[in-house]
Each structure stands twice: as structure tokens, then as C-alpha cells.
Design a protein around this ligand. Structure first.
Ligand SMILES: CC(C)(COP(=O)(O)OP(=O)(O)OC[C@H]1O[C@@H](n2cnc3c(N)ncnc32)[C@H](O)[C@@H]1OP(=O)(O)O)[C@@H](O)C(=O)NCCC(=O)NCCS
Length: 183
């Protein structure tokens, strides 16, 4: 697939999404290990449906493919939703679909590149996210980028009969400019 270097890091870069990646994303989003950390876990994601979603996301302002800088291959997807230009806020989402690449720094760098885009190019001020309490790798990744915990919605995620809290985290532009960019 053709990728384009919109936000560039050493390990990975963020490219506009390509609808031609629908099959790869469908494979990842039906993988339970990937999906259980995301809100879409109970959904059955078909290839035509994923194509539709991708076509829509391609037209939105802040959805990106995460691409390996060394091999130019797709690693995952990240983006901003609920972008509000009046209040300068948005919500961040990310997944690395290639499980063998977890824990190697790609998520942290992709999150930082997305925050750089949010704060420096979209001129947003506050970015929030929601993460399940069991997802320690993601929480650590977000902390490294400068996010702090705002609060938790208790027992709001039910998986296999077990309730988990939804942790809400946020970061302000000035905090990212301070520690989040490199910390
Ligand atoms: C969450 C996600 C984006 C993080 O990206 P990543 O590339 O795996 O994360 P990174 O390697 O950049 O950072 C992970 C950090 O957590 C640490 N970590 C890894 N596994 C951990 C665990 N089980 N418990 C605690 N910390 C852990 C790593 O050591 C690293 O911290 P360090 O640099 O201080 O050593 C990625 O794992 C992913 O897509 N997971 C599946 C989908 C998902 O959870 N999306 C987020 C939903 S909110």
C-alpha cells in the first residue's frame, strides 16, 4: 500500500489511511487479544463493514495508519475522534494490530506523533482517552506520553462476567510541551 509521511518518528510514522488495508485491519480487529482492549470487542467486523469504516475515516481530519519506518509496513491505526474546535478538545484512540510488535516503543511514539499533530497542527488544548483498568501496557504508554488519570468509571466494562473499570486520562497542550514529548 502507498503510505505517506505526515508525522515522522524514528520507529514509525503516521500516514493517511488507505482503504486497501481493510483486510489486514479486519484480521486484527477480529483477534480477541487485540479487540478486548478496545470498545469493539463484542462486534463481528466483516470485510465490507471495515471497508466502509475505512472509507469514512479516510475523509475525516485525524485518522492515521501507523507505519514501520524501517519496512514501510502497516503496524496499526490511531486517530482523534470528537474533535471540537470551539473548546479545542478531542479523544484519542490507538491500536497496534501486529502483536509481535507490542512493548517495543511503537505505541508510545505513535501516540506522541498524534499528540504533536493534535497540539501543534490542529491547535487543540486538551486530549482525553479511555482505557480499561487491566490494560497496563497501554496505561504505561500513555503515562510516558504525559497523560494523567482524571478518574475512573467503575465496573463499566464487562468481559466474561468480570467487571472492569474504565480509566479516563487526559493531557493538556502545555503538559505535552513540557514532559510528554520526550518524557
Ligand atoms: C496499547 C498499545 C498501543 C501500546 O503500544 P506498545 O507499542 O505496545 O507500547 P510501548 O512499547 O510503546 O510502551 C509500553 C510500556 O508498557 C510496558 N509494559 C508492557 N507490558 C506491560 C505490562 N503487562 N504491564 C505493565 N507495563 C507493561 C513496557 O515495558 C513499556 O514501558 P517502558 O518503556 O517504560 O518499559 C499496544 O500495546 C496495543 O495496541 N495494544 C492492543 C490494543 C490496545 O490496548 N489499544 C489501546 C486501547 S485504550
Amino acid at each position: 500500500m502507498p503510505y505517506f509521511k505526515k508525522m515522522v518518528g524514528t520507529l514509525c510514522y503516521l500516514s493517511p489511511l488507505d482503504p486497501g488495508d481493510a483486510a489486514r485491519l479486519t484480521e486484527w480487529l477480529n483477534d480477541r487479544d487485540v479487540a478486548e482492549s478496545l470498545a469493539i470487542a463484542p462486534q463481528v467486523i466483516s470485510l465490507p463493514r471495515e471497508r466502509e469504516v475505512l472509507e469514512r475515516l479516510c475523509r475525516e481530519e485525524a485518522s492515521f495508519a501507523i507505519v514501520d519506518s524501517q519496512t514501510d509496513s502497516l503496524l496499526g491505526v490511531c486517530g482523534l475522534t470528537h474533535v471540537d474546535h470551539v473548546n479545542r478538545t478531542a479523544e484519542l484512540g490507538i491500536f497496534i494490530g501486529e502483536k509481535s510488535r507490542w512493548g517495543k516503543g511503537y505505541g508510545t511514539q505513535a501516540t506522541r506523533l498524534l499528540l504533536e499533530f493534535a497540539f501543534s497542527l490542529l491547535n487543540l488544548n486538551s486530549v482525553m482517552l479511555q482505557v480499561y483498568d487491566f490494560n497496563e501496557r497501554a496505561i504505561r504508554c500513555y503515562q510516558k506520553c504525559g497523560f494523567s488519570t482524571v478518574g475512573r468509571r467503575r465496573e463499566a466494562r464487562l468481559i466474561a462476567g468480570r467487571a472492569h473499570d474504565v480509566v479516563v486520562m487526559d493531557i493538556l497542550a502545555r503538559e505535552f510541551a513540557g514532559a510528554g514529548r520526550t518524557g
